[in-house]
Design a protein around this ligand. Structure first.
Ligand code: GPU
Length: 829
């Protein structure tokens, strides 16, 4: 059926597949032309990057064609457009995904084969844009995929970081960071729009006056200005639509350069240029932690201001009045990183477009919706009032004005002084600061969390005061994942098997996977299912041998935890358990242990000592286990360096067991949990984030639950948690913890892991010791079930057939219905 729909679509406007380049012949011809005319190469003399670039350019033409068509359609419909504001995106490699969406994978493979080239090798060349830290950035890109597929007029605004998330290398067991030069080989996917650019001001002072019409007016006299230029990357949806991700790059303004230049100070002019361009130089590598750095606030304001100016321009281009802005657009704030937008839109409307405050506020509050992605106190953004006043003096005034009107409202409602202080946009404790989550909540028409549990905790705890006065403002949208990328593109074996059984309807409606359920007990199907998994595990084994130097028998149980390294995610709980198994085997008590490969990957924020020490512990445990002849037939441990979307696509298809073991109440949703389940891994997990809903969907008998609930965690803390109690009471635990400081790990250095040991025994803020026992028990049970491969496979099939809910298509439809009030625009019949 491939090509049908696109062919059909274009045939309605009188074009044939060959003309629009979907045939093998045309792809081959264009590829050779790109190679020759764009790169000056003939097939006999090329580098692998030439081949990649030529193919990418060939595909890009087709992508752009789709995009232009959709833009025309969208503008005819003139429905409300969605602007997704996100400081991070993690699109992953474009090529394979675009081929799938254009439905030209086979044609392209054939075309290349005729030239003696391998499509998969070329795809492998791509360097992905690492413009995000982890889940939040990847979610933004999953949503772009679904917005495009569902035909929703949308644009993703963000920052074109010159250096994305650092490249992680492991040196002597430690993480080391190298700069990510993702643009080094060029970027064939973006289109530069030099004429789409805006001036952004910083610093200086405000001048308040009454103008000639006797109107109160404020002028912002900045200290400096930079220009933001748009770089567009088309994001294709499955079969038809395309939307853009518009990323801003900072450049020096001409006027500023010239004025200094004319004064004869050439170096000063250049210095200014360098300083301006610094803004979009590098992504802050902190995940769920504040940097509090001025440059970060500059980045946030810079991209938000460019984006809002761009939207206001679009609003006028489309012949609309500014008063209708909120009818034309909804803006989704991806966490508080872009929340300065609330003040910026007010500034643009009131100061630059001379709108009355009240009307501007009505528009603003009907434009923004805010998604919260964490409850961790250390991740709730705050900016010191003094920094904000220095960098964005007018915005600080606006925030004070919003706040004074808001607090006035609260007083009228009769709230207590204490409650009002808690709700204020300004935190007066210690150094005064602006609470960005409060600004986002007050300035939005809707606030959502990212899983049922998280949204409930948001309402009852972190933003409880707000939920009480505005109960209808709060809602939930459980996260989802781009299943086309994370199943169709990255797991072709399983996709083929599924499609053979139930057809390919799952590509556009993941819930149709439930048709697989009736084959869960089918022995032939089980066997095919196991074969696919085994093939995927062989591929991952090869990768692990290359990248981690660890040889793994692909028949082992692949027990995997891949995600950012964070204490709350408890990678170290998994490590304590591995050490427990190690010691048992050494004692000759390993008879019940299923041969297991423990696979880790993930980056630690460069300044987060404990997280880096956890990585060091993974490599130390790997050294110990992999080199011990008594153990290494039963256990292997590997750390796959530099986890990325590209790596992720090779990991999920090969996993048997998915580790989702955060302390309950801490993981807002998790999305890796969904990707694993979709690829047939079973989950061991706590009742945290979306695990709760995954378990609900797959059935409790198909989910390995352990650990305390959120309520129990909180009760434990309330009662005065003393972790050493568990150390004293549980011999196994005592032995494992003491082993950390025995000198047997980390080349005989007793002190290496002392900080971790002390942390666990003295504070254990994430209650690992309390959950250790139930975790080990569950693991034991898992190992017994693993031995029954049929039973395991049956559960694996059931898991896949029941996770249809977790497509990002479903999430986006919920945003449309419950938040944005827009209907998907269907381009085809
Ligand atoms: N998340 Br806040 C990030 O990846 N980075 C952040 O700065 C913040 C949240 C994650 C959550 O930890 C994860 O639970 C969630 O699934 C994801 O955002 C997407 O909502």
């Amino acid at each position: 059926s491939h090509n049908k729909s696109i062919e059909h679509y274009f045939s309605t406007i009188g074009e044939k597949a060959d003309e629009i380049g979907l045939s093998k012949e045309k792809i081959k011809k264009d590829f050779l032309q790109k190679l020759f005319y764009q790169l000056g190469r003939v097939p006999a003399v090329t580098t692998s990057n030439d081949l990649y670039t030529a193919l990418a350019l060939t595909v890009r033409d087709r992508v752009l064609r789709q995009f232009v068509r959709s833009t025309e359609e969208f503008s005819k419909k003139n429905s409300r457009g969605i602007a997704y504001f996100s400081a991070e995106y993690l699109p992953g490699p474009h090529l394979g995904n675009n081929l799938l969406n254009l439905e030209i994978v086979d044609e392209t493979r054939e075309a290349l084969k005729e030239l003696d080239l391998e499509l998969d090798e070329i795809i492998e060349q791509e360097v992905e844009p690492g413009l995000g830290n982890g889940g939040l950035g990847r979610l933004a890109s999953c949503y772009m995929d679904s917005l495009a597929t569902l035909g929703i007029p949308a644009i993703g605004y963000g920052i074109r970081y010159e250096f994305g998330i650092f490249k992680q290398e492991i040196k002597e067991g430690w993480q080391s960071e190298a700069t990510d030069k993702w643009l080094h080989y060029g970027n064939p996917w973006e289109v530069i729009r030099p004429e789409v650019s805006y001036v952004v001001k910083f610093g200086g002072r405000t001048i308040h006056s009454t103008n000639e019409n006797n109107k109160y007016a404020v002028e912002w006299e900045p200290e400096s200005e930079v220009v933001g230029t748009a770089y567009d990357t088309p994001v294709l949806g499955y079969q038809s639509n395309g939307i853009i991700m518009r990323l801003w790059k900072a450049e020096a303004t001409e006027s500023f350069d010239f004025s200094v230049y004319n004064m004869g100070d050439y170096y000063k002019a250049v210095e200014k240029k360098v300083r301006s361009e610094n803004i979009t130089k590098v992504l802050y590598p902190n995940d769920e932690n504040l940097s509090g750095k001025e440059l970060r606030l500059r980045q946030q304001y810079f991209f938000v201001s460019c984006s809002l100016q761009d939207m206001i321009r679009l609003n006028f281009v489309q012949g609309r009045k500014l008063e209708e802005f909120h009818e034309k657009f909804a803006i989704q704030l991806n966490d508080t990183h872009p929340s300065i937008a609330v003040a910026e839109l007010m500034r643009l409307l009131v100061d630059e477009h001379e709108m009355e405050w009240k009307q501007a506020w009505k528009i603003t509050r009907n434009t923004f919706a805010y998604t919260n992605h964490t409850l961790l106190p250390e991740a709730l953004e705050k900016w010191s009032v003094s920094l904000m006043g220095r960098l964005l003096p007018r915005h600080l005034e606006i925030i004070y004005e919003i706040n004074s009107r808001f607090l006035h409202e609260l007083r009228e409602k009769g709230l207590s002084g204490e409650q009002i202080a808690r709700m204020s946009l300004i935190d007066e404790h210690g150094e005064p600061s602006v609470r960005m989550a409060h600004l986002a909540t007050v300035g939005s028409f809707r606030v959502n969390g990212v899983s049922q549990l998280h949204s409930r905790l948001l309402k009852t705890q972190v933003l409880n005061d707000f939920a009480e006065i505005w109960p209808d403002k709060f809602t939930n949208v459980t996260n989802g994942v781009a299943h086309r990328r994370f199943l169709a593109v990255s797991n072709p074996g399983l996709s083929r098997l599924i499609t053979e059984k139930i057809g390919n309807g799952w590509l556009t409606d993941l819930t149709t996977l439930k048709r697989l359920e009736k084959f869960a007990d089918d022995e032939i199907f089980q066997k095919q299912w196991m074969e696919v998994k085994l093939e995927n595990k062989k591929l991952l084994s090869q990768l692990l041998e290359e990248r981690a130097g660890v040889k793994i028998d692909p028949t082992m149980l692949f027990d995997v935890q891949v995600k950012r390294i964070h204490e709350y995610k408890r990678q170290h709980l998994m490590l304590l358990h591995i050490l427990d198994l190690y010691l048992k085997i050494k004692d000759g008590k390993g008879e019940n242990i299923a041969p297991s490969a423990f696979i880790f990957a993930g980056k630690a924020a460069p300044g987060y000592f404990m997280a880096k020490l956890i990585i060091r512990l993974v490599t130390a445990v790997a050294d110990l286990v992999n080199n011990d002849k008594d153990v290494n037939k039963i256990l292997k441990v590997a750390f796959l360096p530099n986890f990325s979307v590209k790596q992720a696509q090779r990991v999920y298809p090969a996993a048997d067991l998915s580790e989702q073991i955060s302390m309950a109440g801490k993981e807002a949703s998790g999305t890796g949990n969904m990707k694993f389940a979709l690829n047939g891994a079973l989950t061991i997990g706590t009742l945290d984030g979306a695990n709760v809903e995954i378990r609900e969907e797959v059935g409790e008998e198909n989910f390995f639950l352990f650990g305390q609930t959120t309520e129990e965690v909180q009760e434990t803390r309330r009662l005065g948690y003393r972790p050493s109690k568990y150390y004293e009471e549980q011999e196994d635990l005592e032995r494992v913890l003491d082993f950390l400081v025995s000198g047997e790990l980390g080349n005989g250095d007793h002190e290496l892991f002392r900080p971790l040991y002390n942390n666990l025994l003295q504070q254990d803020p994430y209650q690992l010791l309390k959950d250790f026992k139930s975790y080990c028990e569950r693991k034991h049970e898992i190992h017994q079930i693993w031995k029954d491969q049929k039973e395991w496979t049956r559960r694996s099939i059931l898991n896949v057939s029941r996770v249809g809910k977790f497509s990002s298509d479903r999430s986006i439809l919920e945003y449309c219905q419950n938040i944005w009030n827009v209907e998907p625009v269907k381009l085809r019949d």
